[in-house]
Each structure stands twice: as structure tokens, then as C-alpha cells.
Design a protein around this ligand. Sequence first.
Ligand code: HEC
Length: 119
Amino acid sequence: MRTRIRELTVFGLWAGGVMACAALLLPGVSLAADDAAAEALAKKSKCMTCHSVDKKKDGPSFKETAAKYKGKADAEQKVFVHLTTNPKVKVDGKEEAHEGPKTKNEAEIKNLVAWILSR
Ligand code: HEC
């Protein structure tokens, strides 16, 4: 019985250590992009009716956009402006205003931009 308790304690310390390490690593991960939040916002904003991560639809795939801006210093700025100023785009040969994300929260939009550019 005594040894069993000791084993459990050792395991507890080990598991605690692993979790502490994960907690230390997580802030670095979220700096890149919160993928789940970005995808949820893209779905909620109906972006995926005209875009896909890897297939061309009415709009370019997000992979295509990421490739277009790869290595460009102003990439985030350009895409941010595209998503917040409703520029005119051609859909089925007709001009219409490009819809932005359904949020006014700048951090959420920037996260979406980072997600698109890291596809
Ligand atoms: C009605 C269809 C439609 C919807 C909805 C739509 N887009 Fe687009 N999007 C387009 C088209 C068409 C283009 C191509 C514009 C061009 O190249 O002139 C485009 C271009 C883009 C680009 C590339 C911009 C660039 O600078 O190359 C990004 C990024 C983008 N859209 C993201 C989004 C996001 C995020 C949403 C949701 C908030 C969204 N789009 C919703 C049709 C749409």
C-alpha cells in the first residue's frame, strides 16, 4: 500500500512537470495564429463560400494568397486593409464589395490574417 502511494506521488510530480512545460510552450504557439479561432471566424463570416484553404473558388485559395505574399514585409498590412475596407472584387464577372470578417475586434482580424498567411 505504501509503495503504491509513493508511485502515485511520483507520477503526479511527473505529470505536473509535463503540464508546466506545455504551459511554457503555449504562449509561443499562440503568437503564430490561433487556428481554431481564425477558422471559426472565417466560417462565421461566410468567407468559405468564396474561398477554400487549398482550392480556387470565386476567390483565390488561402494557400495561393500566402504564396503571393510570401517574404513580403507588408503582407499583413495589405491583407488587413483588404479585409477591412470592402474593396471591389469581381465575382462571376460582376463587381461587388468584398465582405470583411464579422467582427470589429482588430486582434481577431489580425489573427485571421496571420492564419491565412501561414497556410
Ligand atoms: C462573394 C465572394 C467572397 C467572399 C464572401 C469573400 N471573398 Fe475574399 N475574395 C473574393 C474574390 C473574388 C477575391 C479576389 C480579388 C482580386 O484578386 O481582385 C478575394 C480576395 C481575397 C483575398 C486576397 C487579397 C489579396 O490581397 O490578394 C483574401 C485574403 C480574402 N479574399 C479573404 C477573405 C476573407 C477572410 C473573407 C471572409 C471575411 C472573404 N475573403 C470573403 C471573393 C470573396
